[in-house]
Design a protein around this ligand. Structure first.
Ligand SMILES: [Zn+2]
Length: 114
């Protein structure tokens, strides 16, 4: 289940930030996750519970939003949000490998108690 790996990375970022602030507890975490990560929401929430156990973030509220995939077309068509696993430009039908967004794993915000 690769959601565990994703959550581990996110937790590491959150713990770093919390430690810098001298926090004793993380009460809320907010993430942005690119659609290319292909996470299953239920699995992500389960992974959050698992990886935060016995850390500063145990019991924290977990929120996340998915960032849609956006591609640029090599032929100069407008940027587009592909549908399906192959990123075909809807204007000229060329497959695009130039992914502008959708790979993110960003920690947007944490709330802490000191
Ligand atoms: Zn195109």
């Amino acid at each position: 289940m690769h959601e565990v790996g994703i959550m581990n990375q996110a937790l590491e970022m959150a713990l770093d930030a919390a430690e810098r602030e001298g926090a004793s507890r993380i009460t809320r975490m907010r993430l942005r996750i690119g659609a290319m990560a292909g996470v299953v929401p239920e699995a992500l929430e389960f992974a959050f519970d698992v990886v935060t156990r016995e850390t500063l973030a145990e019991g924290a509220v977990f929120e996340w939003e998915e960032v849609p995939v956006r591609c640029a077309c090599a032929n100069g068509c407008p940027d587009f949000e592909p549908e399906g696993p192959v990123f075909l430009c809807p204007v000229c039908g060329t497959a695009s490998w130039n992914v502008l967004q959708g790979r993110e794993l960003n920690l947007v915000d944490i709330e802490i108690e000191s």
